[in-house]
Design a protein around this ligand. Structure first.
Ligand code: SF4
Length: 159
């Protein structure tokens, strides 16, 4: 007896867990990061989102932070659990919620339209209070000003 396929493979995937400020960082991500392992993982995260994996807010170290090994953290002097990073998350979450018009605690599809909305607000600076606390700010300013050239997040396009 044949059985019906149970559901869409995209819907079966676990959502990508993102801390607040990574909703911003993905917008300007073009393959730059702390270590090769970090970059490889962040590229995989962007690729999953482009393919339709849902995203969900995660407090503290998330699926992007997960690629940093203790050795990487020592080499780049980076601690994902710092209180300053949590402050960044809080500001970025508020800004992202304001732009999208909905909360981030329920998994949702980051489609191309939402990516475009977030990028427009990022470019004007409207959503970037958190970036004022970040050492990558000048890099991200430049990427946004280039109209996000060569960035890897596209957002999901429904077929
Ligand atoms: S400036 Fe920092 S917090 Fe803002 S998007 Fe860039 S890397 Fe992320």
């Amino acid at each position: 007896m044949q059985t019906e396929p149970c559901c869409n493979a995209v819907e079966e995937q676990q959502p990508v867990r993102l801390r607040g400020h990574h909703f911003l960082c993905l917008l300007t991500y073009k393959g730059l990061g702390y270590t090769p392992a970090f970059v490889e993982n962040m590229t995989a995260v962007a690729t999953r989102i482009n393919a339709g994996a849902k995203v969900i807010l995660h407090p503290g170290p998330d699926d992007i932070c997960a690629a940093l090994t203790p050795a990487d953290r020592a080499a780049c002097n980076h601690d994902c659990a710092k209180p300053e990073t949590a402050a960044l998350d809080e500001l970025a979450e508020k800004a992202t919620v304001a732009v999208l018009g909905h909360g981030l605690a329920e998994a949702f599809t980051l489609d191309a339209e939402k990516v475009a909305q977030l990028r427009a607000a990022f470019l004007t600076g409207e959503s970037r209070t958190a970036c004022g606390l970040c050492r990558w700010r000048a890099v991200c300013d430049e990427i946004a000003a280039s109209n996000y050239a060569q960035t890897l997040l596209i957002g999901f396009h429904a077929a």
